[in-house]
Design a protein around this ligand. Structure first.
Ligand SMILES: *Cc1c(COP(=O)(O)O)cnc(C)c1O
Length: 380
């Protein structure tokens, strides 16, 4: 007889009805979580019989990663038994060089959403206020509530633009952060340099102003601000950028902040240790190195945005002027019908309740299909 004990197998027991726990026996989640809005990711493209479908719901870059970037990603995969460089040294230096700042002014994170969450945690105690326009990026209310802070949402103007004067009016002693999303997701317009200067002259130096430039590379309006110059001139300004959109690395989660040293150091303190993976670090460096090639894609997407915007205007649509890689249809109660019409045509779009529908500029065929759907829906 073997002396090795056989593993004992307990027959599966009948599932037992658990008695309901009373309040004193349940783990005590923060009440704030129950009130959190859900982040709604763009739906994947559904397969429709006999029709190519396009996912135009997440403002992603429709182009596959560059071969040079894919090569670096594959090489970097061979080292993933090791932790990444926690200080993100090489990428930080490369970003600093590209932006024209010192490495101490650069902080990286798991996408710019990661950095945003870290900055709110670094700035806000419970009950402190964060001012931003609404509608804007749907991560904002979530990041603010998770930090225990309070969102102060200032409605956009009817043209889908920030009302920076009203945002300055909304600043109180409790305000720690103001977020300016430029170009604004989901409506598309940028703020102007003049508006931003006037706004910054009114905001106390103790309040951090975050310029979220996720779509910077698509901006062509000469009136748009030079955010790094604005940052240089104002000790309470920080700039957020991402590799997810123009650089096409949404799946790798890497973004950066340009910040003054105290804020940059606070971002490093609150960061998730080893958050930016070694693959993401390598791919971001390779993408900065290949920016000439990526720039051609951005130029093509901007040309497509202009084609779509002009086509819609010709059809009679009056839409906010987009400086990003998407267009916004402020359709109110008709949003569901328009989203359904897009869906039927193989365009998976992003509907925001009864506010409107956002459609990403993607492959030319998808953009042409959008123009067709918009024409038959009838301009508004
Ligand atoms: C897409 C987007 C981001 C970028 O998010 P990542 O976390 O970097 O992928 C940030 N801000 C806005 C307004 C966006 O639309």
């Amino acid at each position: 007889m073997s002396t090795v004990a056989e593993p004992s197998v307990t027959p599966p027991s009948e599932p037992q009805e658990e008695p309901p726990l009373s309040d004193t026996e349940e783990v005590r989640l923060r009440a704030a979580l129950a009130a959190l809005p859900a982040y709604v990711p763009g739906k994947p493209a559904a397969a429709l019989p006999g029709q190519v479908t396009y996912k135009v719901s997440s403002n992603e870059n429709p182009y596959a990663p560059l071969e040079s970037v894919q090569k670096v990603v594959a090489e970097s995969a061979a080292t993933i038994n090791r932790y990444p460089d926690m200080a993100v040294t090489a990428l930080t230096a490369r970003i600093a060089e590209a932006v024209g700042v010192s490495p101490e002014n650069v902080a990286t994170g798991t996408g710019s959403v990661g950095l945003l969450s870290h900055v709110v945690q670094a700035m806000c105690d419970a009950g402190d206020e964060v001012v931003y326009a609404w509608r804007s990026f749907e991560a904002y209310p979530i990041v603010v509530a998770v930090a225990g802070a309070v969102s102060v949402q200032v409605p956009l103007g009817p043209d889908g633009r920030h009302r920076l004067d009203a945002m300055a009016d909304a600043v109180t002693d409790r305000t720690k952060v103001v977020i300016v999303c430029t170009p604004n997701n989901p409506t598309g317009p940028s703020v102007t340099a003049a508006e931003l200067d006037a706004f910054l002259a009114r905001v106390p130096r103790t309040v951090l102003v975050v310029l979220d430039e996720a779509y910077l590379e698509f901006v062509t309006d000469d009136a748009a601000p030079d955010a790094v110059a604005v940052w240089r001139a104002h000790p309470n300004v920080m700039v957020l950028r991402t590799f997810s959109k123009a650089y096409g690395l949404a799946g790798l989660r890497v973004g950066y902040a340009v910040a003054h040293p105290r804020v940059a150091a606070a971002l490093r303190q609150t960061a998730t240790p080893f958050g930016v993976s070694s693959i993401a670090q390598a791919a971001a460096i390779a993408s900065l190195d290949a920016y000439g090639e990526l720039r051609e894609r951005v130029t093509a997407l901007v040309a497509e945005r202009e084609r779509v915007s002009a086509g819609l205007a010709e059809q009679g649509w009056r839409l906010p002027a987009s400086q990003a890689n998407f267009v916004w249809f402020p359709l109110g109660a008709e949003s569901a019908a328009f989203a359904a019409a897009c869906d039927a045509a193989g365009l998976v779009v992003r509907r925001y309740g009864d506010d409107g529908v956002r459609v990403t500029i993607a492959e030319p065929e998808a953009n042409t299909r959008l123009l067709e759907v918009a024409r038959s829906f009838g301009p508004r």
